[in-house]
Design a protein around this ligand. Sequence first.
Ligand SMILES: Nc1ncnc2c1ncn2[C@@H]1O[C@H](COP(=O)(O)OP(=O)(O)OP(=O)(O)O)[C@@H](O)[C@H]1O
Length: 323
Amino acid sequence: MTSTSSADGSLIQVRDLHRTFTVRRKTSRFRGVRDEVVAVHDLTFSVEVGEMVGYIGPNGAGKSTTIKMLTGILVPTDGSLSVAGLDPSRQRTELARHLGVVFGQRTTLWWDLPLRDSFAVLQKIYRTSPERHRANLAEYVELLDLGDLLDTPVRQLSLGQRMRGDIVAALLHDPEILFLDEPTIGLDVISKGRLREFLRTLNAERRTTLMLTTHDLQDIEALCDRVIVIDHGTAVFDGPLADLHTQGGSTRTLVVDLVDEAPAISVPGAVTRRVEGPRQWLSFPADASAAPIVAAVAAAYDVADLSIQEPDIEDVIREIYQR
Ligand SMILES: Nc1ncnc2c1ncn2[C@@H]1O[C@H](COP(=O)(O)OP(=O)(O)OP(=O)(O)O)[C@@H](O)[C@H]1O
């Protein structure tokens, strides 16, 4: 499918977007008042073809509401919105041909059908040509290693297998944009790695634009050139992940297991935060390289093991809000 973009050339354009919900709150047994919840306000950003954007923020920040407006499920209260040159809520059916949507927590596949049949139903829904469908199915099934599972009913698949099935389902009609909501949640390290590798390949080879919400900083590090942080319905940061770390002042942790107990390690570029028997925790700026610190520790101490802990994305975001 060819790329379609808005008048200014962006694939996704969001300008001064607002969405409020009216909720009824009971004040007594028979009375209630109407409250307005502002889920999204003054939200402006645009995404270009081929970008991989992380859309992150604390619970209740407005991420799902934004994605629902971008996919046409919810109508904005105010502001303007264009996705692949279309107005999502007015042209939802047409837009669906340009979009793939994957939710880590729920499946879009038919629970009782074998994967193969779910994919066949999707071909009918999207009216993908049989040749295109066959070619995409063969390629994605191979890349995501689903060949042996095509005849297995979805309910019998593991979470990781089902997730791969969901990704294939979202891509069979060649969408230009893929929205992913917590795509690696609950997956083991190997499955996470494989999925990230697949998404990188998809973006590199087909220039598919990715927008993902996640609480996993490693998803963002592996995939996203750019991060948009949303809080209380509005964007509070939009830029490269490295800048987010700098702004947040976040740190990574080098966990060192020494052969023997020792006083707090002292090496340039890191601060020892904790010592527990032979194990020590050293923190260093998240945007600095771990290599010189690891080398300095290894040169001066007898090391049994080393590992690096990434900062939690929530911590990074919290740091920004506290500034
Ligand atoms: N249908 C609705 N009716 C009323 N309020 C809603 C509705 N949907 C969302 N909200 C409110 O809008 C705000 C933003 O919710 P949203 O689900 O977009 O946040 P989120 O960033 O996706 O959160 P999470 O990370 O927990 O999924 C919240 O205060 C939420 O309670």
